[in-house]
Every structure is written in C-alpha cells, then in structure tokens.
Design a protein around this ligand. Structure first.
Ligand code: CA
Ligand code: CA
Ligand code: CA
Length: 371
C-alpha cells in the first residue's frame, strides 16, 4: 500500500510539472530535472519527529543497534564544532548521554565520530572524520571497550584514513568506507577497506595513504558534478547473499561488491537502477528479509528504496528545504531499521546545490513507521 501511494504521488508530480510547463513555460519544459530544488520538491511520505537535540548536539549522524536493543547515535557536531562531539543513547523516544569525553585526534584537537557498529567482541567501533579539520589523512577507526553494557576506554585501532565514514561488521571482519582515499594520479578516489578482528587486536594498523594499501578491498572514482563534492564511497551494508553495497556521496552511483570465499574481491559492479536517478548516496541499510535497500539521498532531502531483486527505485519520503520542524527531512545522513521503524538522522550541513540551504535549529531525528 505504501509503495503504491508513493508511485501514485510520483506520477502525480510528473503530470503536474508537464501541464505547468505546457501551459505557461514551454521554454523550461526540458528542465524538469532529475534533481529537485527547494521550490519543486514534492512532499512524499510521512516522516515523524522522534525528538529534537539542542545546539550542543547540532549534527547527528551514525546509528548503531546495541545488543540491549537501544540505539547509539554519533554526534560529530561538524556544523558547529565549538560543541564537543559525543555519543548518545536512544531509549524509546528520548535520548541520554552514552559517551561524552571522546578522545580528540592529537593534531586537530577534535573528535568526529561518524558511523558506528558493535563488533562480535561486544565492543563498539566508530569511524572518525577528521577530513574537515585536516585533509592530510588524520582520520581513524576507534574502539570503545564495552564492559557489562557500559562504555569504557576508547582506543585507536587503525589510522591514516582520509575520511573514514561508514563501518560494517560481517563475521569477524570490519569493513570501513573511506570517502577520500586518493591515489597519486587520482584525487577523486574513495575506497572500501577491510580489517580482520584478529589484526586489530595485534596493535594499531597504520594505513599507507595515497597507495593501494593491502586493506583496500575496492576502489572508486567520483564523477564530480555541479555540487563540486568529490566525496565517494559512503554508506555500507550487505544483502541476503552476503554481497556488499556502497554508494557515492558525490555522484550517487550505487556499487555492489561480490566476495570470494577467502574474503577477497571477486567482482565490483555498478547497480543500474530503474526509475528515479539517484543523485547522492549517504547512509544506507539493507533489510535482508526483503533485500530492500534504504538510502539517504542527502542532496534531495529524500529516503529512497532500491529493491535489489529488480533494482527499481521508489521514494519513501521527500520534502523541500526545511529546518526540520515536525520531523521533515533536513538533509538525512543515516538510516537504521529496528522492527518496522526506520530511524533517520538529519545531518543538516548543506553542500552547494543541495535542497537543504542552511544548517538551522531545530536539530532533529526523524522516524518512518513502515507498513
Ligand atoms: Ca579527493
Ligand atoms: Ca535543522
Ligand atoms: Ca536545514
């Protein structure tokens, strides 16, 4: 029912635009663009407000399901990093502090936690994005030691990332996207890295920037468009067959990676989607019961659903420029599914030519209850 309604809404949008163009602005009819602007974006779906965060938590991002059923949210505060970054815990419809004294990177003096996930060892791992503080490979993969359900010491397990972004555990391997992994002859690079838990337990792994480091599983090149953003591989998850998916933040390309039994890369391919062209991929999650991939289209204030059985795209929710009041999407960055509920963090830190025009209060978390 929900998808039917979405399709009908999408059809209605096209019909309206066509008739408007025919009657009053024929010269513009060719500009019925794939990229919605603030003025033309149609309201689709019904995201609801979960809660608002104060200015001390101005940029919510990563989401991880904890073993006890609560959700851990990272707050890198990149929109206003005069406020320290932290991790908070979502309990029911409210939040409470989880870990507030994250270790800063020694040279930037900032912490910047992005995506996060609990490992098979029970500890919590988070990617760190120092790229906006220093582009010289200062980002890290961090581990929060968890004992009796409580967060304890935080330690570096790998460093030398350009912009560590999403993390994903699958068995005893952690996969990490680096949205800015460049090579000497390619400054539009990004990568999916992989690390075995056993290796992380031997000591800090030091990546070798601007090389095809042995931890690089797959490498990508961003096609820079009118946003000027060259960030590549971003969100990360795997489907019911164990195939990995990531998407490019800068150009919206969705990629599938098939692994060999030994974990090395067998095949890397572009997922050619049917229907809507996706212009930007931020955080994503796959419901492995249905093999539907839910992704944040940060640029268009939208949550898209890709049915991996036929690669069709439908828009679950979308709205124009907003401050996020009432739970409207305000540059969604990450999605997490728990039961039938989709949790959405609103990053609200726009780039050029994004529907979202400015970072503004309220700072918000949204939810969509799936049917
Ligand atoms: Ca770059
Ligand atoms: Ca806002
Ligand atoms: Ca906004």
């Amino acid at each position: 029912m929900l998808l039917s309604a979405t399709l009908l809404a999408a059809c209605g949008q096209s019909a309206d635009k066509t008739s408007t163009a025919d009657s009053s602005a024929p010269a513009d009819s060719g500009k019925t663009s794939a990229v919605a602007t603030a003025d033309t974006a149609q309201r689709i779906g019904n995201p609801k407000l979960l809660f608002t965060l104060g200015y001390t938590h101005n940029t919510p991002d990563g989401l991880a399901l904890a073993p006890n059923g609560n959700i851990i949210l990272s707050v890198p505060n990149l929109a206003d990093n005069s406020q320290p970054a932290s991790l908070v815990e979502i309990v029911g419809d409210s939040m409470r502090p989880y870990l507030s004294n994250l270790p800063v990177e020694p040279s930037t003096k900032k912490a910047a936690p992005m995506d996060l996930a609990f490992g098979p060892d029970g500890h919590l791992y988070y990617a760190e994005n120092q790229y906006e503080n220093d582009k010289n490979y200062k980002s890290r993969l961090m581990r929060v030691r968890v004992q009796n359900g409580k967060p304890g010491a935080v330690e570096t397990v790998a460093d030398g990332f350009g912009l560590a972004n999403a993390v994903l555990w699958k068995g005893n391997t952690i996969y990490v996207t680096d949205s800015q992994w460049d090579l000497p002859d390619n400054d539009k690079g990004s990568a999916v890295m992989r690390f075995a838990l056993a290796e992380l337990n031997k000591g800090v792994v030091h990546l070798k920037p601007k090389t095809m480091d042995p931890h690089v599983l797959a490498f990508f090149t961003t096609k820079v468009n009118e946003t000027g953003v060259d960030n590549g591989a971003d969100g990360l998850d795997y489907d019911s067959q164990g195939r990995l998916y990531t998407g490019s933040f800068g150009d919206g390309t969705l990629y599938r990676m098939t692994l060999k039994p030994d974990g090395s890369l067998a095949k890397q391919e572009v997922v050619t989607t049917a229907g809507k062209q996706i212009s930007c991929v931020d955080g994503l999650i796959i419901d492995r019961k249905t093999d539907k991939l839910y992704l944040c289209n940060s640029r268009q204030n939208a949550i898209e659903v890709v049915n991996l059985k036929d690669n069709s795209v439908t828009t679950l929710a979308q709205n124009g420029d907003t401050d996020g009041t009432g739970g409207l999407l305000d540059q969604p960055a990450e999605v997490l599914m728990k039961g039938n509920r989709l949790y959405i963090s609103n990053f609200d830190k726009p780039e050029k030519n994004f529907v979202n025009s400015k970072s503004d209060a309220p700072h918000t978390m949204s939810v969509i209850d799936l049917q």
